[in-house]
Design a protein around this ligand. Sequence first.
Ligand SMILES: [Zn+2]
Length: 129
Amino acid sequence: MGLELRHARRPTLRELDSHAILVLLFGVTLIGITSWAFVELAIDRWRGRHRPPPAARAARCPACGGTEFDRLTGGLWDGVDAQGSRAGGMFDYGTCRQCRTRVGRWDDGPPYVVPDEEWEREVALSKAR
Ligand SMILES: [Zn+2]
């Protein structure tokens, strides 16, 4: 009688085992995902700390050669190029920290001194917006 009972219980024990394996697998997966997320976050932070600030993209001041700028506005532009096909890129406007020259830069082109009219149109208006 006692033996029969023990036999009858075996499938239940096996179910418990497979359940435990599932829990273990789930746990391992969860730990894996969590540590992966932490690694990704650490890489992102590292990259963020080592990425130059947006103003540094503006290279050298055309007036004094300074490399530090106060970025005032900028962003993405899109339009049509000389060939009539769609184009787009990035632009920045800022002032040189050394000589306060108004500097503009489009895409990877050289920084240039921004004429008053352009400054009014691009910077003053974007600030008023
Ligand atoms: Zn300058």
